[in-house]
Design a protein around this ligand. Structure first.
Ligand code: A3P
Length: 346
């Protein structure tokens, strides 16, 4: 009898203990979220929202963290009303490139900001004729739900190099903010090559060495017909954009610095987007196994970028690297001059 009572008591204690730990974890997760959000943010004054500021923070984060289903299950009528506020908004800012510059990292890191909602997929609306023909409503419907005070950001790195895109974006919104993340051009070209090489290898196909593609074997000069080289001539592409948008509408992100020291780069973007500073060192931690900074939402939720970001590059003949760096040098100087951002590339 005594033994039975002891077992019963032990079971009870176990259940109560689990409940207490579960509740504690839940609370910690929520407090962690609230912590980050309490002091937010007169964003609406910048982006023309009409909602009460007091209501935004918690709702915004709950939505952003995929807690929408919580509302749907146990929703009170008040929460239902908040759900009705959610809209699919055209982006107020676009990361237009550059491919392999760190576009995914930039988007994910900006998404840490409670006033930013990312479009997870690359939409390729402006660079793909078939998509563009579907019209702006099709594009808007591809956007995530957000509150009117929030801003939607999408990234499609092909926009930067595609001829028709600046005019098309201009027609949608001539005052849109444009983010360009760049890396040292030779490194970016090698990264670009590495991505293509990996794709070929996955299909069991052989591929040329980088050196063979980047240098014209007939002239021994840099091969400007090679797309990975052309994409890295940033100033050429930017000049096309400047026919439509003033330089003030662009912000250049240093992709090399975003790898080693992301916070100051993100703070510059917050400023450019007129967002109150909300991303902090707490949200970014260095993961030694990945060799990159990863994202921390609160003490429970964190994530690193997928393994396809941060590939090991193949060894490239140093003389080819030197030749490429020399080739890019004058274009880089022009890029610094136009953008007002000097990046100290070799
Ligand atoms: P590598 O794979 O050459 O290292 P994009 O998202 O535009 O394709 O850019 C990919 C690059 O983002 C990667 O290039 C990587 O160096 C860089 N990157 C920057 N910050 C990163 C981060 N926190 N985690 C992983 N990759 C990051």
């Amino acid at each position: 009898m005594l033994f039975k009572q002891q077992v019963w008591l032990r079971q009870k204690l176990l259940v109560l203990g689990s409940l207490a730990v579960g509740s504690l974890l839940y609370l910690v997760a929520r407090v962690g979220s609230l912590d980050r959000l309490q002091p937010i943010c007169p964003v609406e004054s910048r982006f023309g929202g009409a909602h009460s500021q007091a209501e935004l923070p918690l709702r915004a984060l709950q939505f952003k963290r995929g807690l929408l289903h919580e509302f749907r299950k146990g929703n009170s009528s008040k929460e239902q009303a908040h759900l009705h506020d959610l809209v699919q908004q055209l982006p107020k800012a676009i990361i237009i490139g550059v491919r392999k510059g760190g576009t995914r990292a930039l988007l994910e890191m900006l998404n840490l900001h409670p006033a930013v909602v990312k479009a997870s997929q690359e939409i390729h609306f402006f660079d793909n004729d078939e998509n563009y023909a579907k019209g702006i409503e099709w594009y808007r419907k591809k956007m995530p739900f957000s509150y009117p005070q929030q801003i939607t950001i999408e990234k499609s790195p092909a926009y930067f190099i595609t001829e028709e895109v600046p005019e098309r974006i201009y027609k949608m919104n001539s005052s849109i903010k444009l983010l360009i993340i760049v890396r040292e051009p030779t490194t970016r070209a090698i990264s670009d090559y590495t991505q293509v090489l990996e794709g070929k290898e996955r299909k069991n196909k052989t591929y040329y060495k980088f050196e063979k593609l980047a240098i014209d074997p007939n002239t021994c000069e840099v091969n400007t017909k090679y797309k990975a080289v052309r994409t890295s001539i940033y100033t050429k592409h930017l000049e096309r954009w400047l026919k439509y948008f003033p330089i003030e509408q662009f912000h250049i992100v240093d992709g090399d610095r975003l790898i080693t020291e992301p916070l100051p780069e993100l703070q510059l973007v917050e400023k450019f987007l007129n967002l109150p500073p909300r991303i902090s060192q707490y949200n970014l931690y260095f993961n030694a196994t990945r060799g990159f900074y990863c994202l921390r939402f609160n003490i429970i939720f964190n994530k690193c970028l997928a393994g396809s970001k941060g590939r090991i590059h193949p060894e490239v003949d140093p003389s080819v690297v030197t030749k490429l760096r020399k080739f890019f040098h004058p274009f880089n100087q022009k890029f610094y001059q136009i953008t007002g951002r000097t990046l100290n590339w070799p």
